[in-house]
Design a protein around this ligand. Structure first.
Ligand SMILES: Nc1ncnc2c1ncn2[C@@H]1O[C@H](COP(=O)(O)OP(=O)(O)OP(=O)(O)O)[C@@H](O)[C@H]1O
Length: 349
């Protein structure tokens, strides 16, 4: 396929996403590119995306290799979603969304998760920055962390964003369908408050510790309806076996009747935007990461930026390591993952 690269749409930890245009048809699409030697994860994402087809998941278009400025690149072509991420939409609305918009996005994400789960896939990194809002509705993107349900740690490392991790994931035990449901509830908190759950913790290290080993649950935003709070309570079960599955949640009264995913993003809302250090604008608090003990052991030289082992003792990465060592010292689970900490909205793999 002959195509032209356009402007950059976004940069993740593993790849750069650009606008692209098919030279013959002038059709526009998005291309996610990584240097070939560092494209293993992108190729894995392609292998998953090429097998699925849902209006709630960003569409697969194709893939190729290009030589650009002396660099050999692996390119994954996807449907272009013009409206930006859900996090962008929250920010554009002043830091939080009206409940009707939250309901609409939640239904769309849940339908996408239901599709993935029914096909044996766990997304593993549901959060606002990985949800795209377009004219055709809200869609789940970035399947770079996704895994087949049978693939578990240590064979496939734990992945995701610490503040969105379910207790069993934070403990390094398992990452299956219920973990996506927990992360969906965290994304509802994000939509309602403009910040991740656990706003009172001052750093992600404490959050991970609390998620893993306390009996606490994230606070439910006060202004939400009783239905919304009940929905959250079904997702925020610390025991993954008690957490509701996507099929059950789709019938929950909070979602009501089938509603359009086209939400009016200009609606007035009664919630107040956060000004805390953990507001949606403070990206450093939102960083995602992924353990890759095997890769780190076997390949100390990184495959992608997020695998660099940060040596500064003041770095968040080192902080996470200290946390893990700390947790390990009294955890009943000895095989906790080894974390790295990235720089921006990146998922460390
Ligand atoms: N299909 C798309 N259409 C429009 N923009 C997109 C599309 N896919 C990705 N983007 C933009 O590019 C950004 C990075 O994409 P993506 O999250 O897939 O990259 P990544 O390297 O996997 O990121 P992460 O660090 O979270 O793993 C997104 O936040 C979004 O702004």
């Amino acid at each position: 396929m002959s195509w032209t690269r356009g402007r950059t749409l976004g940069r993740g930890s593993s790849a750069t996403v650009s606008l692209a245009m098919h030279r013959q048809s002038c059709e526009v699409f998005a291309v996610k590119s990584a240097e070939l030697p560092r494209s293993k994860l992108l190729q894995r994402e392609q292998s998953i995306l090429s097998l699925i087809n849902s209006p709630r998941i960003v569409g697969y278009v194709g893939c190729d290799f290009t030589n650009e400025n002396g660099q050999l690149l692996y390119n994954l072509f996807m449907e272009y979603i013009s409206g930006g991420t859900l996090t962008d939409a929250i920010r554009d609305q002043g830091g939080c969304l009206h409940e009707s918009a939250i309901r609409s996005h939640t239904r769309a994400i849940l339908e996408g998760l239901d599709y993935l789960h029914s096909h044996g896939l766990v997304h593993c990194d549901i959060k606002g920055p990985n949800v795209l809002v377009g004219h055709n509705g809200t869609k789940i993107a970035d399947l770079g962390c996704a895994r087949w349900v049978g693939e578990q740690a240590p064979a496939v490392p734990i992945a995701g964003t610490p503040l969105f991790m379910a207790p069993e994931v934070a403990r390094g035990e398992e990452q299956s369908f219920p973990a996506d449901v927990w992360a969906l509830a965290c994304t509802i908190i994000e939509m309602a408050t403009g910040r991740p759950p656990w706003p009172e913790v001052t750093d992600p290290v404490s959050a991970l510790h609390r998620i893993a080993f306390s009996s606490d649950l994230p606070d439910f935003p006060n202004f939400l309806s009783e239905e919304a709070k009940d929905f959250l309570s079904k997702c925020f079960k610390r025991d993954p076996k008690e957490r509701w599955a996507t099929q059950e949640l789709l019938k929950h009264p909070f979602l009501g009747e089938e509603c359009s995913v086209q939400v009016n993003l200009k609606q007035n809302h009664s919630c107040t935007s956060s000004t805390s250090p953990t507001s949606i604008l403070n990206q450093s608090f939102w960083e995602s990461m992924e353990s890759d003990t095997e890769t780190e052991v076997e390949t100390p030289v990184h495959m992608s930026n997020q695998l660099v082992l940060v040596s500064s003792s003041n770095s968040p990465s080192e902080g996470i390591r200290r946390l893990i060592r700390h947790i390990s010292s009294f955890s009943p689970t000895p095989s906790l993952p080894d974390w790295s900490w990235g720089e921006d909205w990146i998922t460390v793999r």
